[in-house]
Design a binder for this molecule. Structure first.
Ligand SMILES: [Zn+2]
Length: 406
């Protein structure tokens, strides 16, 4: 590690700490194309300019800061700066700050890359505003067409195209540009969202694959009525159907060794003294194979349907996004993980989706580095990584970039 890089890292981390932070929870609210996230993007532009990096902003707001040395297709590394609602400090920003610090470290060591190195920030990775995760990388690669995405609306009814125009992104016909011809490979460093590295006693690991993942909206309708005067046997209560569905989802996922979560529920009219007329709930399901995901969701759907017949309610299920599993390039992962002082870095699977998964699915050789998270807690204000582990991550990223850009 160079003499000044830990200071750079700490300074960048201190710059970001207050932005979008809730005084009440200590968590972060950094939704895309809104004030806190825009402040972070402006910060990123400043950091790039201070380093003399060339900025490239695409029509969707994705931003790359290029260290233009060498020639040919570049090596891209980075992550995202948006957060889930009430999220942690590390998910996303750690990859961006580490990428800038890794460039500092390589320069301090006098390394001259054979090819350009780009530090990237993709917008709306979490899908917390427009409901589609990895939206920026999907648009940049063409995995999701702009004609479809522009119609997406946030909870206040604002269309994606309007939200982008509000922050000066008013390209009528933005084009995908990111493919295997544009870059040689993509590397994303990320805080681990689990405890595999704790169990293995390692500060840094390499990703093998991402589990398949889907988001499904359950619309349950019933009959609105008075909470006091309506006899229990006369009700058609969608909240009951929802509650039993949530229990069924938990049980089915446990039995199958998979993951199922209802993390968002909206009830109408949301009144304490009314039997609700409707409940909408979102299921997040993740499994170790595409087939297991289909089976799990079908089973939860069937149980919701059976329950609704008993409750006199109606259920419809709409898949909002389904991502197939991603196997990262095994040769790249092995090349990154092996032959280090002190031994190889562990290679582990993850249940979380990432831009690196989208790029990989689009044929761009991609890889991920994970930094140990002592509790494994993520998407929460309690998300954490120790500074020495973060600096080990910067060192690992710099070493990987050195191998890939030589
Ligand atoms: Zn992330």
């Amino acid at each position: 590690m160079g003499a000044s890089v830990p200071d750079h890292f700490e300074q960048m981390w201190a710059d970001l700490a207050p932005v979008g932070r809730s005084a009440a929870s200590g968590g972060y609210f950094r939704q895309p194309f809104a004030s806190a996230e825009r402040e972070l993007m402006a910060w990123f532009v400043e950091q790039a300019e201070a380093r003399g990096l060339r900025l490239q902003v695409d029509g969707f707001g994705n931003t790359v800061a290029w260290w233009n040395v060498g020639s040919g297709a570049g090596v891209l590394t980075g992550s995202h700066l948006d957060s889930v609602l009430d999220g942690g400090a590390y998910d996303g920003p750690l990859g961006v700050v580490s990428a800038l610090a890794a460039v500092d470290l390589l320069r301090e060591r006098g390394f001259r890359p054979e090819r350009p190195i780009g530090v990237s920030v993709f917008v709306e990775e979490e899908g917390s505003r427009f409901g589609l995760a990895c939206l920026g990388s999907r648009l940049a690669t063409g995995a999701t067409p702009w004609s479809k995405a522009r119609e997406l609306r946030d909870r206040d009814g604002v269309q994606l195209a309007e939200a982008m125009a509000d922050v000066g992104l008013d390209d009528e016909d933005p084009q995908p540009w990111l493919g295997s011809d544009a870059i040689r490979c993509f590397l994303e460093l990320h805080v681990e969202q689990g405890r595999d590295l704790v169990d293995r006693g390692a500060a840094v690991g390499v990703a093998s694959r991402i589990w398949p993942h889907g988001r499904y909206r359950f619309d349950i309708s019933g009959e609105p009525n008075h909470a006091g005067t309506t006899r229990m046997e006369d009700r058609r209560d969608p909240m009951l159907t929802y509650a039993m569905t949530a229990l069924a989802a938990n049980k089915q996922a446990r039995v199958a060794g998979q993951r199922a979560t209802f993390g968002r529920v909206e009830t109408t009219p949301n009144s304490t003294n009314s039997v609700p007329s409707a409940v909408t709930a979102w299921l997040d399901a993740r499994c170790d194979s595409d087939r297991a995901l289909t089976t799990l969701v079908d089973t939860i759907w069937r149980q919701a349907d059976e329950r609704s017949q008993r409750d006199g309610t109606r259920v419809t299920v709409t898949p909002e996004s389904v991502s197939r599993g991603v196997d990262f390039d095994p040769d790249l992962a092995r090349r990154i993980a092996t032959d280090h002082e002190g031994g190889d870095w562990p290679v582990i699977a993850t249940q979380a989706g990432h831009d690196a998964g989208v790029l990989s699915a689009q044929g761009i050789p991609s890889a991920m580095l994970f930094v140990r998270n002592p509790t494994g807690v993520s998407h929460s204000p309690a998300e954490h990584a120790e500074t020495p582990d973060c600096l080990a991550g910067v060192d690992a990223l710099a070493e990987t970039l050195r191998r890939l850009a030589s």
